[in-house]
Design a protein around this ligand. Structure first.
Ligand code: CO8
Length: 203
């Protein structure tokens, strides 16, 4: 994989603004209660906008790249990508040893009525654990992820996701993490095994 320097920052800013507006559209769609004729009119408007966006299209989302400040970013990522409407987007920070992200789910993420879908929580933890692998100085793909659902995850509530390295053996790295309320109450725990593909090491 080649990582290139970003170009066209003002266009990136516009793309991120569009993605945020689409998130709001998705939220509004999940909660709307407008009459049926209004739904049909809005559907036609959205279809027209979709066609305008598809007029000039990439084959893949925005790539891994170096931002102008020298940091790595992946604007097309489904969890962290500011240019991907699917992403929260999650902002993961690190103290050099572990990783942390403050987040809040939305009604759009509903699984069981009134709480967040378990697969959404697992997706967030997969990413946070992957970042913990990177912070530990390694790189890898998720080989296995074990998730323990302790309590239903509410939406519309501030939460904290954390992840940390536990051990390393050859190309295998184990990490653990959790999603908790801000008072520390653990909602979901996960352990992950990440494997550095032999190809990444030129083996
Ligand atoms: C900063 C960015 C953070 C991003 C976080 C998001 C992470 C992701 O979502 S990644 C996407 C999801 N994961 C994937 O798509 C991975 C798909 N799988 C693969 O590519 C490969 O199977 C991969 C890379 C996991 C392992 O492939 P490969 O390097 O050929 O493994 P292989 O040589 O067979 O095995 C290496 C070791 O790992 C072990 N291993 C491999 N796969 C598994 C597994 N699924 N479960 C348990 N152990 C495994 C093997 O037993 C072996 O152990 P040992 O060295 O003790 O004999």
């Amino acid at each position: 994989m080649t990582i290139e320097a970003a170009t066209g920052e003002s266009r990136i800013t516009a793309l991120c603004a569009l993605s945020q507006q689409v998130r709001e559209l998705m939220d509004a769609t999940a909660l709307t209660d407008v009459p049926e004729d209004e739904l049909e009119a809005i559907t036609a408007d959205v279809a027209a906008l979709t066609a305008r966006l598809r007029a000039v299209a990439r084959e893949t989302p925005q790539p891994f790249e170096f931002a102008p400040d020298g940091t790595l970013r992946h604007l097309g990522n489904a969890v962290t990508g500011a240019a991907n409407p699917h992403a929260l987007p999650l902002v993961v920070t690190s103290d050099g040893e572990s990783v942390r992200a403050e987040l809040s789910f939305r009604p759009l993420h509903e699984g069981p009525p009134g709480s967040v879908h378990g697969g959404i929580s697992a997706m967030i933890l997969d990413h946070v654990l992957g970042q913990a692998v990177v912070v530990a100085g390694f790189a890898g793909m998720t080989a296995s992820l074990s998730v323990n659902y302790r309590k239903p995850v509410p939406y519309g509530v501030p939460l904290v996701a954390t992840g940390a390295f536990t051990r390393k053996e050859g190309r295998k790295t184990w990490v653990e993490g959790r999603i908790a309320l801000t008072d520390g109450t653990v909602l979901v725990e996960a352990t992950g095994l990440f494997v550095t593909p032999a190809a990444w090491l030129g083996e």
